[in-house]
Design a protein around this ligand. Structure first.
Ligand SMILES: Cc1cc2nc3c(=O)[nH]c(=O)nc-3n(C[C@H](O)[C@H](O)[C@H](O)COP(=O)(O)O)c2cc1C
Length: 171
């Protein structure tokens, strides 16, 4: 598929088959994250791949009890390291959330290319996720996603028209 075809086909998936994710597909998904751009190429990230069912259940509990998260055979937690990231993006912010979000979206799009489903999970309690996964103080958690074979084909969610989000030459 072209990049735009993958972008068009991707959906947030919240129902998964139990079939395992092949190692080769998982490796390509992670490779897509690894190749993401980042401020000054500092790559201030780490991705934790969780297959253990008990750990997945604990992550779902720490994510507002979104039990579908644990129903996928793999859960991935995307972490960032503020102290290792570019500190003055736009001269006002640390780049780590931007860097990790770009890498996460690379991961999500490669998953879609593989036919695998993901769902960006932002409704998690960071302290709970850190405790479950043994994430150190210096790392932050940006997002989680389930990864697995979709058992649903969600309809596209609407987006605002281009004319409302783009202007030319001036704001
Ligand atoms: C930052 C962020 C946080 C999100 N958090 C959640 C979440 O906690 N639970 C969930 O089910 N979906 C979550 N989503 C998925 C959105 O609901 C979804 O992307 C949006 O409704 C558009 O649907 P689509 O991804 O199928 O196009 C999140 C998405 C983003 C980008």
């Amino acid at each position: 598929m072209s990049v735009l075809d993958v972008i068009i086909a991707r959906r947030s998936v919240r129902k998964f088959r139990k079939d395992p994710v092949p190692d080769a597909a998982l490796a390509r998904v992670l490779e897509a994250a690894r190749l993401a751009p980042s401020g000054k190429n500092l790559q201030p990230w780490k991705f934790i791949v969780v297959r253990d069912p008990e750990t997945r259940n604990k992550l779902a509990a720490a994510s507002a009890n979104q039990t579908f998260l644990a129903s996928a055979p793999v859960v991935i937690a995307a972490c960032g390291f503020p102290a290792e990231a570019y500190p003055r993006l736009g001269r006002y912010m640390n780049s780590w959330p931007v860097d990790v979000a770009i890498a996460m979206e690379h991961l999500v799009l490669q998953a879609a290319e593989e036919g695998l489903g993901t769902c960006w999970i932002g409704a998690f309690e960071e302290a709970g996720v850190k405790a479950v996964l043994g994430i150190p103080d210096e790392a932050r958690v940006l997002a989680l996603t389930p990864l697995g074979w979709p058992e649903e084909s969600p309809a596209p969610r609407g987006r605002n028209p281009l004319a409302t989000i783009v202007s030319y030459e001036k704001f």
